[in-house]
Write a protein that binds this ligand. Structure first.
Ligand code: ADP
Length: 315
């Protein structure tokens, strides 16, 4: 694998802008609006954002599939404009859509991809890659006979044929069942342990929270957060406390400092409060001041989803 000084980012994006062409020469959608960030080497980096935020556009620019309208991007030190061939060699992209010629076998798919990258027959790693994605026993099966999960694993092997130091996965687990998702993440984590820098887009926030060292969030084409995962989750302003009352609620009491008060059933109240404006003790005292006794209390720590909602909420 190629190495470079640790201080060098794996990917450096500066002021990246994309405006799609509109109809009849009119300016179209501004999908990326001056986005800048670095992906540090050796990390699992999550690129998150609501639908239409610009994630695929950004990845497609890195893959050389979409032409940017402004800014720059370097992949492992290679500028995508000045050094497109080298830039492409440094990155393996696992696309969202599964596309294979159904009549090739997994072995052939990898051999063809090796040929595409000009890798000599002897230097190809097709067998090794099939083993790595647990498809050695499917070496000679037609791609069309593989299950959805096997196809996704084959796509990962295909993206790794030229041994890129960076692997990018665009929504790898969309529509995938829990067991397969777990397998895919194990595979990604293994590759990362072997030194591969991983960038992934996902809308499963729980997964992003567990897997990613660092997370960037884009919203409407703009970067709105870029932090180590733990710090990002720590930004949650809102906390949640759930109380069981001694008698049925007359109506959810709203108080200053409560962001939301929701009756889950007649005796269970869930209060979301702003931790800068109230404490759990104050929340409970305010409920008691309405004449209720509290029989039980649980609190829920905010997670990435809470932060995501907070950051991406329309102004
Ligand atoms: P995400 O991957 O975050 O869902 P996309 O990058 O796919 O977002 O899309 C960002 C915006 O650009 C959306 O408003 C989308 O409709 C628009 N867009 C994406 N691809 C094209 C295209 N080929 N032509 C015109 N507009 C596009």
């Amino acid at each position: 694998m190629t190495t470079s000084p640790a201080a060098e980012p794996a990917i450096a994006i500066r002021d990246l802008t994309k405006r799609y062409a509109g109809e009849k020469g009119k300016p179209g959608k501004l999908a990326l609006d001056g986005v800048s960030f670095d992906v540090p080497q050796g990390q699992i980096f999550g690129l998150l954002g609501p639908n239409g935020a610009g994630k695929s556009t950004l990845i497609n620019i890195l893959a050389g599939l979409v032409t940017k309208t402004g800014g720059s991007a370097e992949i492992w030190g290679f500028d995508i404009d000045r050094n497109p061939r080298n830039a492409k060699r440094m990155i393996g992209i696992v696309p969202q859509e599964i596309v294979f010629d159904p009549f090739f076998t997994p072995f052939e798919v990898l051999e063809n991809q090796g040929g595409f990258y000009g890798i000599g027959k002897r230097d190809r790693r097709s067998e090794e890659l099939l083993a790595a994605v647990h498809l050695a026993d499917k070496r000679d099966a037609y791609a069309r006979t593989l299950s959805g999960g096997m196809k996704r694993r084959l796509l990962i092997a295909k993206a790794m044929v030229h041994s890129p130091p960076i692997l990018v996965l665009d929504e790898p687990t969309a529509g995938v069942d829990v067991e397969l998702r777990r397998q895919l993440w194990e595979l990604v984590t293994d590759l990362n342990r072997q030194g591969v820098t991983v960038v992934l887009t996902t809308h499963y926030l729980e997964e992003a929270e567990q897997l990613c060292d660092r997370i960037a969030i884009i919203n409407r084409g703009k970067l709105i957060a870029n932090k180590p995962t733990r710090e990002l989750v720590g930004m949650a302003r809102e906390k949640i406390v759930r109380v069981t009352l001694d008698k049925d609620l007359a109506g959810p009491p709203m108080e200053e400092g409560f962001v939301k008060a929701e009756a889950l059933d007649p005796r269970t109240l869930e209060i979301t409060y702003d931790r800068d404006k109230a404490s759990a003790g104050q929340v409970l005292a305010r409920i008691q001041s309405h004449g209720y006794a509290i029989e039980d209390v649980t609190t829920r720590e905010p997670d990435l989803e809470d932060v995501f909602v907070q950051l991406t909420a329309a102004p």
